[in-house]
Design a protein around this ligand. Structure first.
Ligand code: GUN
Length: 306
């Protein structure tokens, strides 16, 4: 088999998925005479966060979703940020609220996440949404694991009984990913920086999901023959261009694509793998929040998750 079918094309997935989101958002507009609305709060001048927010806002606009951008200085107090969130919580015309992470160190991410109205929590980070997911009754599911899950379901059809290994135990990716896979009857291992014999764990994976943030760490010594690999890492790597000798940067994942592509059955590239589906899922969650805000039933593109 050539590499064409082997590569899980997240961009293609997201384009098809967003067409369905667009249909839902235009139907919403016809019924309620306004677009679904996503508020995005960016604190400080973290370059990567700035790019992510720009991408989210741009994708919203392209898909029939209004976006409100709130940009606050690095020095904003926690109380002022909480006040901004309170205003958005109370605004009936705002359906979804997202606070881009990470936040400056003087602000408690926990306090901020807890302050978002769970019915507008399109990131799915609020403890109520997090708990609902873990109890098998999800409301908003975090976007990165949701995008991974959607592609896995489409690529594999049957997840039941598979060994899934996740590298990384964050609340944004590792833990909710484990919950989704567990609900699909996978046997799930969450590994992390203190895991002993990481390679041995990973070598047993039918499904290997890396969200560790170490450039190209996962090489052929971590991968079982015919494994499905999802690479959540987005790492900027500096290198010297061998022709021009200039310093350049490129985006790489946690997985050394070149070294594992011939072992894996399927693999997501970076860029163009998990990233585009993450944003598409944010749009999905926003439209879902809008329908819920209007107390309307929502014919979910994802069907019944569990
Ligand atoms: N920072 C990195 N990933 C995310 C995400 O999914 N949501 C938010 N709000 N911040 C992030």
């Amino acid at each position: 088999m050539g590499n064409i079918k082997k590569i899980i094309n997240g961009k293609e997935y997201s384009e098809k998925f967003l067409k369905q989101v667009y249909t839902l958002s235009t139907n919403f507009y016809k019924r309620f005479n306004r677009k679904p609305c996503l508020a995005v709060i960016l604190v400080g001048d973290n370059t990567a966060s700035g790019i992510y927010v720009k991408n989210k806002v741009h994708t919203a606009e392209k898909n029939g979703i209004k976006s409100v951008k709130v940009i606050l200085s690095n020095k904003v107090s926690e109380a002022s940020l909480l006040n901004e969130i309170l205003k958005l919580n109370e605004d009936q015309n705002v359906d979804g609220i997202l606070v881009q992470l990470p936040l400056p160190v003087h602000i408690s991410e926990k306090n901020i996440i807890h302050s978002i109205n769970p019915m507008k929590d399109v990131d799915g980070f609020h403890p109520i949404n997090f708990g609902k997911l873990f109890m098998g009754n999800p409301n908003f599911i975090p976007c990165t694991p949701l995008g991974c899950y959607y592609m896995l379901k489409n690529e594999l059809k049957e997840l039941s009984g598979k060994n899934a290994v996740i590298i990384g135990r964050s609340n944004i990716v590792g833990k909710p990913m484990a919950s989704l896979l567990l609900a699909s009857n996978c046997s799930v291992t969450i590994t992390h920086s203190k895991t002993k014999n990481l390679r041995e764990h990973c070598k047993k994976a039918d499904i290997l999901i890396s969200a560790v943030g170490i450039p190209e760490m996962v090489d052929e010594t971590y991968v079982k023959n015919n494994a499905i690999i999802l690479d959540v890492g987005i790492n900027r790597l500096q290198f010297v261009n061998s022709e021009t000798k200039a310093n350049e940067t490129k985006l790489v994942g946690d997985v050394n694509f070149g070294k594992v592509v011939n072992i894996a059955k399927k693999i997501t590239p970076v860029p163009g793998g998990v990233g585009p589906m993450t944003i598409a899922c944010l749009m999905h969650n926003t439209v879902k929040a809008a329908y819920k805000n209007k107390k309307q039933s929502f014919n979910d593109i994802l069907g019944e998750i569990f």
